[in-house]
Design a binder for this molecule. Structure first.
Ligand SMILES: Cc1ncc(COP(=O)(O)O)c(C=O)c1O
Length: 324
């Protein structure tokens, strides 16, 4: 059990104790949900701790911030360095790393665009989002709560406020005894889980919804598509009906926190024989090797973290706001 008070949190250029990592209760982000964040994983590999697709997560963080008028006062390289520094300082592995961009000063008024934009980074021990036995298959419920259309809330951005929708769907599924919810889009097509993308397998072909289903374009989703194609499975991105989901041979979730999680049941419909299917098994096994540095072909997806005692680059240490 990690003492969250003793953890080191990176806040605007300083590593501070968790107990001192505070924001004002009247902050804009706290009241209106206008913040953006990332979820990133650190893994133990044969050559030390490595962070999975770190630069891709930082790029997405910056894209999310742009649409919400949150000018991050750090460059991409500075954010990468700060995340590596925070991971090293906490010495937790496997880890779940959470950078968040927010307005933390008192600033009420929903269209208030003033106030300093801050970056904080925390690291916690990684768990399985869908439970420690999720690799044996999870049960998911089709949610009565649908995804908002991207014309209302852009789904490509990982924004704090998006997660009240995920929360409603997730709470409903949990109260009904399911491990996860599957949300449909406004037209009734399959979209995604509360914190994962979804894949179906039908007749040996892998299907997944595309951006037109108002999904977050997951970095794990992108990895799975690439790995599946490398394994010579056909992968098709298209709108998927509920009927296609309920009668799929196999299905699985993908996400940073959930990793690859087979789905064995959807709203009381058992998929296939209710066990982890062969296509899902192959993707899952390959993914688990890749993230742990056991698959040289994908080595470039792993960003090494030097041990804490090693000096970090000066850019990641002081207050260093860029001119941006
Ligand atoms: C709503 C939603 N969809 C999909 C994903 C999967 O994205 P990624 O694989 O980048 O973690 C996440 C997690 O970030 C999410 O919150």
């Amino acid at each position: 059990m990690v003492d969250s008070e003793a953890q080191k949190i990176w806040m605007d250029g300083q590593l501070v104790d968790g107990a001192n990592a505070k924001i004002h209760v009247l902050s804009h982000t706290f009241h209106y949900g206008v913040g953006v964040f990332e979820g990133i994983r650190g893994y133990e590999t044969p050559s030390g701790v490595a962070i999975f697709r770190l630069r891709d997560h930082v790029k997405r963080l910056m894209a999310s911030a742009r649409i919400y008028h949150l000018p991050i006062p750090y460059t991409e390289d500075q954010i990468v360095d700060a995340i590596v520094e925070t991971q090293a300082a906490n010495g937790i592995a496997p880890s779940y790393i959470r950078p968040i961009v927010y307005r933390g000063e008192p600033a009420l008024g929903v269209k208030n665009l003033k106030g300093r934009v801050s970056l904080a980074i925390g690291v916690i021990p990684a768990k399985k989002y869908l439970g420690e036995s999720s690799e044996a298959g999870v049960r998911a419920k089709i949610s009565p709560f649908r995804k908002p259309h991207s014309d209302a809330i852009p789904s490509f951005a990982k924004a704090d406020g998006n997660y009240i929708n995920s929360y409603l769907a997730g709470a409903d599924a949990s109260k009904d005894g399911y491990d996860e919810a599957i949300l449909l889009d406004q037209n009734g097509f399959v979209a995604e889980g509360t914190g994962e993308n979804i894949f179906l397998v039908r007749g040996g072909t892998i299907y997944t919804p595309g951006p037109e289903a108002d999904i977050l374009l997951g970095i794990t989703r992108n990895s799975v598509i690439q790995v599946a194609r490398d394994l010579e499975f056909p992968v098709v991105e298209k709108l998927l009906s509920v009927n296609e989901l309920l009668t799929a041979d196999e299905a699985f979730f993908s996400g940073t926190y959930a990793e690859v999680a087979p789905i064995r049941e959807v709203s009381h419909y058992v998929l296939g024989d209710g066990k982890v299917g062969p296509v899902t098994r192959e993707i899952l096994t390959t993914f688990n090797k890749i993230v742990r540095g056991q698959h040289p072909r994908y080595a470039e997806w792993l960003h090494p973290v030097p041990p804490a005692s090693a000096p970090t680059k000066p850019a990641a240490r002081a207050g260093r706001r860029s001119a941006a």
